[in-house]
Design a protein around this ligand. Structure first.
Ligand code: HEM
Length: 404
C-alpha cells in the first residue's frame, strides 16, 4: 500500500468515525461490515485503477431480500433506497417507461462514454491528422526519388480499349462520391477543433449542417458504385501466381524491368481489395450511424473474437466487451467508421498519385478508356496478349463468316 493510499485510508476512517467501513473481511465476507455496500478496499482499488468486483451492486439491485437490513451499518431502506434506484439506472436494469419508443430511450445513464469522447477529441484527431499529412509527405518524397514513371519504349500511336464506358462511370461515381464523403467527413471530424476557432460557431454550424447533409446522402452513391465495381472487376482481381512474381520484383518500380501482369497487377489488386473490404466496412458502420441504434455490429463481433481467443493474443486473459449498451454500439461504430476511413483515404491518396502524376499514360485508362499500346505492353503484357489473341480470333471468325 502506498503512502498516499495509507493517508487516504486514515482520512476515510476519521470521516466515518467508528471505522465500520474499514474492517477487513470478517469471517462472513468483507461486505458484512459495510451492510453490503462497497468497502474501503473497493474505493482504494478503484482509485488505483485496479479492477473492482462490483457484482454486489447488480445483485442487490431491485431485490429487497438482497438488500442490507436497515439496522446494519449503511443499511438500505428495505431494498428501495435512492441509491438502489440510481444503481438500477446506472446498470440499465431499472423498469423505465418512456414516451419515446426508440431502442435507447430507456437507457437514462450511460457512464461508458467519456473514454470515447476523450479518444475522439484527442488521439483520433492528432494521430489522424499526422497520418494523412505523413502519407502526402511520403508520396512527395517518392516523387522526388523516383520521378514520373514514363513509357520506356517507343509509342506506337495505336490504342487499346482498357475500360468500357459503364466501368468508367462506376469508377467515377465511386471516386466522386468517396472524395466528397472524405471531405465532408473530415469537416465533421476536425471541424470543432480546427474550423470553429477560425470561422466561429455560427458560420461553422451552417457549414457543418451542409457537410452532414451531403455526407448522409452521397453515401448511397458510394455504396451503389462499390457494388458495381465489385461485380465488374472481381474476376480480374483474384490472386494468382503472376502476382507473386510481380511483388518479388517490387512491380519494377525501382528498375528491374516490367514484370508481366494481367489486367490488374498485384499492386492494383491490393487497392481493389482494400477498396472493397474497407469500403464495405465503412458502409456498414455508416449505416449503423445513419440509423441510430438499429444495427448491433460490435457486441456479436467481440463475442466471436473472444470465442476465438483473439484479445488474448494481445494480452493474456483479456476479452472484449460482448454486452454493449446501444450508445456504446454507436461509439464503436463511430470510431471504426472514422479510423477505417482515414486508412482508406491514405490508400486512395497513393492511388490518385499513381493514376495522375506518378505514371505517364495511366490516366487515359479512366479518362477516355483507351491506352497507348506500348503502355499496355509495359504494364500489363499478359492482358495485352489476351486482348490481341481475342482480336485475332474475332477477325478470323469475321473473315470466315464473310467468306461463308
Ligand atoms: C481523382 C481521383 C482518381 C483518379 C485520377 C483515379 C484514377 C484511376 C485510374 C487511371 C485507374 C485505372 C488504372 C489502370 O488502368 O489499371 C483507376 C482504377 C481504379 N480506381 Fe481510381 N482514381 C481515382 C479515385 C478513386 C477512388 C476515390 C477510388 C475508390 C474509393 C478508386 C478506386 C479504383 C479502383 C478499385 C481501381 C481498380 C484497381 C486499380 O487500378 O488500382 N479510384 N483509377
Amino acid at each position: 500500500m502506498t503512502i498516499l493510499q495509507q493517508m487516504l485510508r486514515v482520512f476515510v476512517l476519521i470521516l466515518f468515525a467508528g471505522g465500520a467501513l474499514a474492517q477487513d473481511g470478517p469471517a462472513d465476507g468483507p461486505r458484512a461490515a459495510t451492510g453490503g455496500a462497497q468497502t474501503l478496499e473497493d474505493i482504494l482499488a478503484r482509485q488505483a485503477r485496479q479492477p473492482v468486483d462490483d457484482g454486489f451492486r447488480r445483485e442487490a439491485t431491485g431485490d429487497p431480500d438482497a438488500a442490507a437490513p436497515v439496522t446494519a451499518p449503511l443499511g438500505t431502506r428495505g431494498g428501495a433506497s435512492d441509491s438502489d434506484l440510481w444503481r438500477a439506472l446506472r446498470y440499465d436494469s431499472a423498469d423505465v417507461t418512456t414516451r419515446n419508443n426508440g431502442p435507447a430511450a430507456t437507457v437514462l445513464i450511460q457512464d461508458g462514454g467519456m473514454w470515447w469522447l476523450r479518444f475522439r477529441e484527442g488521439p483520433l484527431l492528432g494521430y489522424g491528422a499526422w497520418f494523412l499529412i505523413g502519407t502526402l509527405g511520403v508520396l512527395a518524397l517518392f516523387f522526388l526519388l523516383r520521378g514520373r514513371i514514363r513509357i520506356d519504349g517507343e509509342k506506337t500511336g495505336r490504342t487499346v480499349t482498357r475500360f468500357k464506358a459503364i466501368e468508367r462511370f462506376a469508377h467515377w461515381l465511386l471516386a466522386g462520391s468517396f472524395l466528397l464523403l472524405g471531405l465532408t467527413g473530415l469537416i465533421s471530424l476536425f471541424g470543432r477543433k480546427y474550423l470553429i476557432p477560425t470561422f466561429g460557431h455560427e458560420a461553422f454550424s451552417t457549414f457543418a449542417i451542409g457537410a452532414k447533409w451531403v455526407h448522409n446522402n452521397v453515401s448511397w452513391a458510394f455504396m451503389v458504385a462499390l457494388v458495381m465495381i465489385f461485380l465488374f472487376w472481381v474476376i480480374h482481381n483474384l490472386p494468382d501466381r503472376t502476382d507473386v512474381k510481380w511483388l518479388l520484383k517490387g512491380g519494377g518500380i525501382f528498375g528491374g524491368g516490367h514484370p508481366p501482369a494481367k489486367k490488374f497487377n498485384a499492386g492494383q489488386k491490393l487497392i481493389f481489395w482494400s477498396v472493397i473490404l474497407l469500403g464495405g466496412s465503412i458502409s456498414l458502420t455508416g449505416l449503423a450511424l445513419l440509423f441510430p441504434f438499429e444495427l448491433h455490429l460490435f457486441a456479436p463481433t467481440f463475442q466471436k473474437l473472444n470465442d476465438l481467443g483473439v484479445p488474448g493474443w494481445l494480452q493474456e486473459g483479456r476479452s472484449w466487451p460482448a454486452a454493449l449498451t446501444p450508445q456504446e454500439e454507436m461509439q464503436y461504430a463511430q470510431l471504426w467508421h472514422a479510423i477505417v476511413s482515414l486508412v482508406l483515404l491514405a490508400i486512395i491518396f497513393g492511388h490518385i498519385y499513381i493514376g495522375t502524376l506518378g505514371m505517364e499514360g495511366a490516366y487515359d485508362a479512366m479518362g477516355s478508356g483507351e491506352v497507348e499500346e506500348q503502355w499496355a505492353r509495359e504494364h500489363h503484357s499478359l492482358w495485352l496478349d489476351e486482348v490481341k489473341a481475342r482480336e485475332a480470333g474475332t477477325d478470323r471468325a469475321g473473315t470466315k463468316g464473310a467468306k461463308a
